[in-house]
Design a protein around this ligand. Sequence first.
Ligand code: CA
Length: 231
Amino acid sequence: MARLILVVEDEPNLREALVDSLVADGFRVVAAADGREALARFRADGPDLILLDLMLPELSGIEVCRIIRAESGVPIVMLTAKDSELDKVVGLELGADDYVTKPFSLRELSARIRALFRRSDQAVAVELPQAVVDLGPIQADLGGRRLLRDGEVVPIKPKAFELLAFLIRHPGQVFTRDQLLEQVWGYDYGGETRTVDVHVHWLRGLIETDSGHPAFIHTVRGVGYVFRRPT
Ligand code: CA
């Protein structure tokens, strides 16, 4: 089935133009005119990608992005009239995957959307032996970048999930905190290796039955961490 895109834009003409253009590109499309409607549509329809205007009535795009990110790893492209570095940083920090500044061409937007889908397809094809990894009572949906318990989504911080996904993809390999910072955070974190410990602590609280005796994420004293599947 064609992919479903949620278009969140309060300006009616632009919203219609976006919907028409995406439908012409072969996507299925649902639309929302404000932040609250956006959350309702997101939860009801489970879109594969979200185009999210920054300046919205009811709830701002920033708020919507933050709330959706706490629940899902769905790709989000922020749309905004502002071209300040600050907004860009805020949007990307909140977990938006890409950023388009108005006025933009529909052709450019379409190219960005295809690139995002390509990237997520490749991630699934190359890195995932299986999309959903069973961790006992918890399932890690690596493709959907979400954690499930009995089919219900468990809230998890995006970086904590990325760390978990990285460890799952490298079972039995011991990583130092610096290596994990570089692999998951992707930049030199200035020696703040405590960040890794804090995220591991969160993860254990979510996936381990007994955090004091972890079954999955093990501490290797003096080195770092390793993910093992219980035998
Ligand atoms: Ca707007």
